[in-house]
Design a protein around this ligand. Structure first.
Ligand SMILES: NC(=O)c1ccc[n+]([C@@H]2O[C@H](COP(=O)([O-])OP(=O)(O)OC[C@H]3O[C@@H](n4cnc5c(N)ncnc54)[C@H](OP(=O)(O)O)[C@@H]3O)[C@@H](O)[C@H]2O)c1
Length: 297
């Protein structure tokens, strides 16, 4: 029998890539969208890719919408989905000093509380069937915290903690729980996040916020999220998936550096990268000489 998989936030970026990859690999994919118009666009994208994707309306940050969507999904799948990919997410940027409680709550509601709520809705049926999978999309930010994205990192680090606990709790019932930890991929996540930046001009950190615009512009040139879709497919296809999949060279390098580099050194590097620290004159001159000699590539 075809295995059904729900992919939350399947209307763009990683979620769309995952939905199309899974549908192309023979899964019965139900992609969630926040509006009818976005659901329609998702079905059209699936048609263009010559695969079938069914859609359900869902705002993961709204408990009522979530219960309604998973009741509908239970009917569509004859009891409940075989797997869920908790992908829907937002990125709230801003210095810890600048981000107000409401925005913190929305960040945590969407990236952390929602995947746990969805797990509660699908687990009874998975346990009963003694088969099922839950794949949570975290990030390298779930391991490494950085200035000006502290609340996003907190949401992903907490998601990693919850996922680790859930994996052990459900293993005896035949349910496998996997964490995917992508590095940086070219999606709209950060451009959309920048619209949520608080106190843009009046902040004590506005110079760093201006620097972040460049980072977001460069993010458009990042690779497309196909490798993340492949990792999710693997997590859902192999008999014994790994607990975690780090995806992308930057994620793997970041994880190793985080383990090896002394905190003072990594704090310093993150400070320089975000414009909070200025490197000594000698280092700046040496870097400029290197750039002149080898040129930017
Ligand atoms: N891009 C990266 O480099 C990267 C790296 C590591 C991890 N991730 C993670 O990957 C996941 C997908 O991000 P992305 O990069 O693909 O970003 P994206 O292009 O902005 O896509 C985010 C998706 O989540 C949906 N979404 C947001 N809030 C929602 C809500 N309350 N209810 C339902 N759906 C909601 C969006 O739907 P709408 O279109 O309706 O807004 C969209 O479909 C996130 O969890 C993100 O943290 C991304």
């Amino acid at each position: 029998m075809t295995k059904s998989v729900v992919v939350t936030g399947a209307t763009g970026g990683i979620g769309l890539a995952v939905a199309l990859e899974l549908a192309g690999s023979g899964f019965d994919v139900i992609g969630t969208a926040r509006t009818g118009e976005k659901a329609e666009r998702l079905r059209e994208a699936a048609e263009r890719a010559e695969v079938g994707v069914r859609t359900v309306l869902l705002d993961v940050a709204d408990a009522t919408s979530t219960v309604r969507a998973f009741t509908e999904i239970a009917t569509m799948t004859g009891g409940g989905p075989w797997a869920v990919v908790n992908n829907a997410g937002i990125a709230q940027p801003g210095a810890i000093e600048d981000v107000e409680d409401d925005r913190v709550r929305t960040q945590l509601e969407t990236n952390l509380i929602a995947p746990a709520r969805i797990a509660r809705l699908v687990l009874p049926q998975m346990r009963q069937r003694r088969d099922g999978r839950i794949v949570n999309i975290s990030s390298i930010s779930g391991r490494v915290s950085s200035p000006f994205v502290g609340w996003y990192c907190a949401s992903k680090q907490a998601l990693a903690s919850v996922t680790d606990a859930l994996r052990i709790e459900t293993a005896g019932f035949g349910v496998k729980v996997v964490l995917i930890e992508p590095g940086n991929f070219g999606t709209d996540l950060w451009e959309r996040g920048m619209a949520l930046l608080p106190q843009r001009k009046t902040s004590a950190y506005s110079d760093s916020y201006d620097l972040a615009d460049d980072v977001v512009r460069r993010a458009k040139a990042l690779p497309d999220p196909t490798p993340v879709a492949h990792a999710v497919r693997t997590a859902l296809s192999v008999p014994r998936p790994r607990a975690r999949y780090l995806v992308g060279n930057d994620a793997r390098a970041g994880a190793v550096l985080d383990l090896l580099a002394p905190t003072a050194l990594s704090d310093y590097a993150k400070g320089v990268a975000t414009g909070l620290r200025t490197p000594p004159e000698g280092i700046t001159r040496a870097l400029a000489r290197l750039t002149r000699r080898h040129g930017p590539r």
